[in-house]
Design a protein around this ligand. Sequence first.
Ligand code: F6P
Length: 361
Amino acid sequence: QKRIGILTSGGDCAGLNAALRAVTHRAIRGYGWRVFGIRDGSLGLMNRPLDYVEFDLGIASGEMLRMGGTILGTINKGDPFAYPMPDGTTRDRSQEFVDGFRELGLDALIVIGGDGSMRILNKLCKQGGVPMVGIPKTIDNDVAHTDYAIGYVTALTVASEAMDRLAPTAASHHRVMLLEVMGRDVGHIAMAAGIAGGADVILIPEIPYSLEGVAGRLAETQAEGRNHALVVVAEGCKTETGHNVTHVQADGEARYGGIGQYLAARLAKMVQAETRVTVLGHVQRGGQPGPRDRMIASAFGVHAVDLIAQGKLDRMVAWQHGSVVDVPLNEVAGVTRGVDPYGTIAHTARGLGIYIGEMRV
Ligand code: F6P
C-alpha cells in the first residue's frame, strides 16, 4: 500500500481543492493507497512536528469541488533552498524537507504549483531523491507545455464579468475605463478578458506599445460615434518607455500594480476624456472555481495518481489539445509561457480592431 503526499505551493487559485479531492479519490478508490495532505506548501515537511492531515473519502467530499482557496494552506515565500528568516537572512532548509518526506514514509509527492514552485520543488526532489509529479496551477496560465493551468479560467471569468460591469457605467458617464488585471509577467488574462469583454485596447507585457497608439485608438472610437471606451491592461506592463511601475508593500517587497493609474493619468490629458481605473487584484484568485477549472483539476488529479502507479515520475500533467498528457518536469521548470504575439489570440484581437501594441519586426 503506497503512501503519497500532496501539497499546494505558491499563490492560491480556484480549483485547488478539486484537485486534492481527485487525487484522494483516485488513490484510495483506484489503488487502495493512503494520501497525506501536507500543510502550507513545503513548510509542512520542513517543520517539526510534521504538519499534515490524512485524507479519506469523507474529507474529499463533493464540497471540496466547490470550495475556493486550498484547505491545506500555501505559502509564497517558502523556497526551502533560501528560506526567509525573521532577521532578514535566508537559510537552506532543503534537507529538513527531504527528511520530512522520509519520516512520513512517503513513496511519492504530488506538487500542485506554478512555474516557480515547479522549479524549486523539481530541484529539491532531484537533489533529495524525492519522486515527484507536478500539477500546474496559476491564474497567470504561464506554465510551459500546458494550454491550461488550474485557476486560469475562473480568473478569466471574473475579469470578463468585471468588463460587463464596467461597460454600462463607462457609457453612462462617457468615460474611458481602465481595468488592470493580474498575470505577473504575462498577459493571458488581459488578452482573453479584453476580447471577451469588448475592449478597445489591450496592453500586455509581451507586446510593446506607444501612448500615441493607445490614444489614437481611443480617438477612433470617438470618431466612430462611441462616447466611451474600455482598456484592459495587464499588471506586468511597463510604461511606454519600458520602465517598471511597481509599488512597495508593507513587507518591503516590490509588487506589480499601478500601471493602470499611470496610463489613466496620461491618457486623460491626451484624449480629453475622463478616465477611471479598476484594479481587480485578488478577487481573481478567490471564490468558487468555475466548472471548467473543476473539470481540469479533476482530470489532472486522476492522471497524476495514474502516473505514480505506472512509475512515471518527475513529470508534470498537462492539458494539450483537449487531452491530459504528461511532460518531463525538466522541460517545464524555469520556462514562462507568454502570449504569442503572432498567435490566434493576438490575431483575433487585431482582427477585431483592438489596439494591442506594436511588434517590432
Ligand atoms: O502568480 C499569481 C499572482 O496572482 C499574480 O497574478 C500576481 O502578480 C501575484 O500572484 C500576487 O501575489 P501575492 O498573492 O503575493 O500578492
